[in-house]
Design a protein around this ligand. Structure first.
Ligand code: PNS
Length: 166
Protein backbone atom coordinates (compact mmCIF):
# COMPACT_ATOMS: atom_id res chain seq x y z
CA UNK A 1 0.00 0.00 0.00
CA UNK A 2 1.56 3.28 -1.17
CA UNK A 3 0.61 6.19 1.07
CA UNK A 4 1.47 9.85 0.37
CA UNK A 5 0.94 13.08 2.25
CA UNK A 6 0.06 16.49 0.79
CA UNK A 7 1.15 18.77 3.65
CA UNK A 8 0.30 22.42 4.10
CA UNK A 9 -1.37 25.07 6.19
CA UNK A 10 -4.43 25.16 3.91
CA UNK A 11 -5.46 28.60 5.21
CA UNK A 12 -7.71 28.09 3.31
CA UNK A 13 -7.60 25.13 0.90
CA UNK A 14 -8.08 26.36 -2.70
CA UNK A 15 -8.64 24.93 -6.16
CA UNK A 16 -4.90 24.72 -6.89
CA UNK A 17 -4.45 22.49 -3.83
CA UNK A 18 -7.43 20.37 -4.87
CA UNK A 19 -6.02 19.79 -8.31
CA UNK A 20 -2.69 18.56 -6.90
CA UNK A 21 -4.43 16.39 -4.28
CA UNK A 22 -6.64 14.76 -6.94
CA UNK A 23 -3.60 14.02 -9.12
CA UNK A 24 -1.75 12.57 -6.12
CA UNK A 25 -4.75 10.32 -5.46
CA UNK A 26 -4.31 8.94 -8.97
CA UNK A 27 -0.70 7.99 -8.20
CA UNK A 28 -0.99 6.57 -4.66
CA UNK A 29 -3.32 4.11 -2.89
CA UNK A 30 -4.00 6.59 -0.11
CA UNK A 31 -3.37 10.32 0.20
CA UNK A 32 -3.35 12.12 3.51
CA UNK A 33 -4.08 15.82 3.38
CA UNK A 34 -1.88 16.79 6.32
CA UNK A 35 -2.96 20.07 7.85
CA UNK A 36 -0.07 21.71 9.66
CA UNK A 37 0.31 24.59 12.06
CA UNK A 38 3.38 26.74 11.83
CA UNK A 39 3.50 28.85 14.99
CA UNK A 40 5.48 31.56 13.19
CA UNK A 41 2.48 32.15 10.91
CA UNK A 42 -0.67 34.13 11.60
CA UNK A 43 -3.67 32.20 10.33
CA UNK A 44 -7.09 33.48 9.30
CA UNK A 45 -8.71 30.14 10.16
CA UNK A 46 -8.17 27.91 13.19
CA UNK A 47 -6.72 24.41 12.76
CA UNK A 48 -10.21 22.90 13.23
CA UNK A 49 -11.70 25.21 10.60
CA UNK A 50 -8.90 24.43 8.14
CA UNK A 51 -9.44 20.70 8.67
CA UNK A 52 -13.24 21.04 8.36
CA UNK A 53 -13.00 22.97 5.08
CA UNK A 54 -10.67 20.33 3.61
CA UNK A 55 -12.95 17.50 4.82
CA UNK A 56 -16.11 19.16 3.48
CA UNK A 57 -14.45 19.70 0.11
CA UNK A 58 -12.88 16.26 -0.25
CA UNK A 59 -15.65 14.16 1.32
CA UNK A 60 -16.78 12.57 -1.96
CA UNK A 61 -13.28 11.50 -3.09
CA UNK A 62 -12.09 7.95 -2.41
CA UNK A 63 -8.67 7.25 -0.90
CA UNK A 64 -8.17 10.70 0.61
CA UNK A 65 -8.11 11.39 4.33
CA UNK A 66 -7.67 14.70 6.12
CA UNK A 67 -5.85 14.95 9.44
CA UNK A 68 -3.58 17.27 11.41
CA UNK A 69 0.12 16.53 11.07
CA UNK A 70 0.76 17.81 14.58
CA UNK A 71 3.89 19.44 15.86
CA UNK A 72 7.42 18.38 15.03
CA UNK A 73 9.15 17.19 11.91
CA UNK A 74 7.13 16.28 8.85
CA UNK A 75 9.68 13.55 8.11
CA UNK A 76 8.99 11.95 11.52
CA UNK A 77 5.23 12.18 10.94
CA UNK A 78 5.78 10.34 7.63
CA UNK A 79 7.71 7.58 9.38
CA UNK A 80 5.01 7.20 12.08
CA UNK A 81 2.19 7.06 9.50
CA UNK A 82 3.94 4.83 6.98
CA UNK A 83 4.01 7.60 4.37
CA UNK A 84 6.50 6.94 1.56
CA UNK A 85 6.15 10.23 -0.32
CA UNK A 86 5.45 13.89 0.30
CA UNK A 87 3.60 15.42 -2.67
CA UNK A 88 4.01 19.11 -3.43
CA UNK A 89 2.65 21.23 -6.27
CA UNK A 90 5.14 23.52 -8.00
CA UNK A 91 3.88 26.80 -9.45
CA UNK A 92 7.20 28.36 -10.36
CA UNK A 93 10.97 28.05 -10.18
CA UNK A 94 10.92 29.99 -6.89
CA UNK A 95 8.65 27.28 -5.43
CA UNK A 96 11.26 24.76 -6.56
CA UNK A 97 14.13 26.74 -5.00
CA UNK A 98 12.20 26.88 -1.71
CA UNK A 99 11.15 23.23 -1.75
CA UNK A 100 14.34 21.51 -2.90
CA UNK A 101 16.36 21.91 0.33
CA UNK A 102 13.37 20.70 2.38
CA UNK A 103 12.93 17.68 0.10
CA UNK A 104 16.61 16.80 0.44
CA UNK A 105 16.55 17.33 4.20
CA UNK A 106 13.42 15.20 4.62
CA UNK A 107 14.97 12.35 2.63
CA UNK A 108 18.17 12.52 4.68
CA UNK A 109 16.18 12.56 7.93
CA UNK A 110 13.98 9.52 7.41
CA UNK A 111 14.26 8.43 3.77
CA UNK A 112 10.89 9.91 2.77
CA UNK A 113 10.82 10.97 -0.88
CA UNK A 114 9.24 14.16 -2.24
CA UNK A 115 7.28 14.09 -5.49
CA UNK A 116 6.76 17.42 -7.27
CA UNK A 117 3.77 17.92 -9.53
CA UNK A 118 3.78 20.92 -11.85
CA UNK A 119 0.72 23.05 -11.15
CA UNK A 120 -1.89 23.12 -13.88
CA UNK A 121 -1.74 26.40 -15.85
CA UNK A 122 -5.15 27.61 -14.75
CA UNK A 123 -4.08 27.51 -11.09
CA UNK A 124 -0.48 28.58 -11.36
CA UNK A 125 -1.10 32.02 -9.84
CA UNK A 126 -3.11 30.82 -6.84
CA UNK A 127 -1.98 31.03 -3.24
CA UNK A 128 -4.00 31.14 -0.03
CA UNK A 129 -2.37 34.48 0.81
CA UNK A 130 -3.36 36.10 -2.50
CA UNK A 131 -6.90 34.73 -2.30
CA UNK A 132 -7.35 36.15 1.22
CA UNK A 133 -6.03 39.53 0.11
CA UNK A 134 -8.31 39.70 -2.95
CA UNK A 135 -11.30 38.65 -0.85
CA UNK A 136 -10.52 41.15 1.92
CA UNK A 137 -10.33 43.95 -0.65
CA UNK A 138 -13.74 43.03 -2.04
CA UNK A 139 -12.72 40.89 -5.02
CA UNK A 140 -14.62 37.85 -6.24
CA UNK A 141 -12.72 34.65 -5.37
CA UNK A 142 -15.50 32.17 -6.16
CA UNK A 143 -13.55 30.82 -9.14
CA UNK A 144 -10.57 29.97 -6.95
CA UNK A 145 -11.97 28.28 -3.84
CA UNK A 146 -14.45 25.49 -3.14
CA UNK A 147 -17.97 26.38 -2.00
CA UNK A 148 -17.34 25.49 1.65
CA UNK A 149 -14.38 27.91 1.80
CA UNK A 150 -16.33 30.70 0.13
CA UNK A 151 -19.08 30.28 2.71
CA UNK A 152 -16.63 30.51 5.59
CA UNK A 153 -14.83 33.49 4.12
CA UNK A 154 -18.17 35.30 3.95
CA UNK A 155 -19.31 34.21 7.40
CA UNK A 156 -16.08 35.47 8.96
CA UNK A 157 -16.15 38.72 7.04
CA UNK A 158 -15.61 41.76 9.25
CA UNK A 159 -18.32 44.42 9.10
CA UNK A 160 -17.08 46.99 6.61
CA UNK A 161 -16.73 50.52 7.81
CA UNK A 162 -19.11 52.83 6.01
CA UNK A 163 -17.24 55.40 3.96
CA UNK A 164 -18.91 58.76 4.06
CA UNK A 165 -18.97 60.61 0.80
CA UNK A 166 -19.29 64.29 0.09
O1 PNS B 1 1.31 25.63 3.44
P1 PNS B 1 2.64 25.88 4.10
O2 PNS B 1 2.47 26.72 5.36
O3 PNS B 1 3.64 26.48 3.16
O4 PNS B 1 3.20 24.45 4.55
C1 PNS B 1 4.51 24.28 4.91
C2 PNS B 1 4.84 22.89 5.45
C3 PNS B 1 3.82 22.41 6.45
C4 PNS B 1 4.85 21.91 4.32
C5 PNS B 1 6.24 23.03 6.09
O5 PNS B 1 6.22 24.12 6.95
C6 PNS B 1 6.70 21.82 6.83
O6 PNS B 1 7.17 20.88 6.22
N1 PNS B 1 6.55 21.85 8.19
C7 PNS B 1 6.92 20.77 9.05
C8 PNS B 1 8.12 21.14 9.94
C9 PNS B 1 9.37 20.51 9.39
O7 PNS B 1 9.45 19.31 9.18
N2 PNS B 1 10.39 21.34 9.14
C10 PNS B 1 11.62 20.92 8.56
C11 PNS B 1 11.49 20.89 7.05
S1 PNS B 1 12.87 20.10 6.29
Amino acid sequence: MRRAVCPGSFDPIHNGHLEVIARAAGLFDEVIVGVSTNYAKKYRFSLDERIDMAKETLASLQGIIVEPVGEGLLAEYCRRRGVSAIVKGLRSSSDFDYELPMATMNRQLTGVETVFLPAEGHYVHLSSTLIKEVFTLGGNVSEFVPRSVLKRLHSGEPVREQVRRG
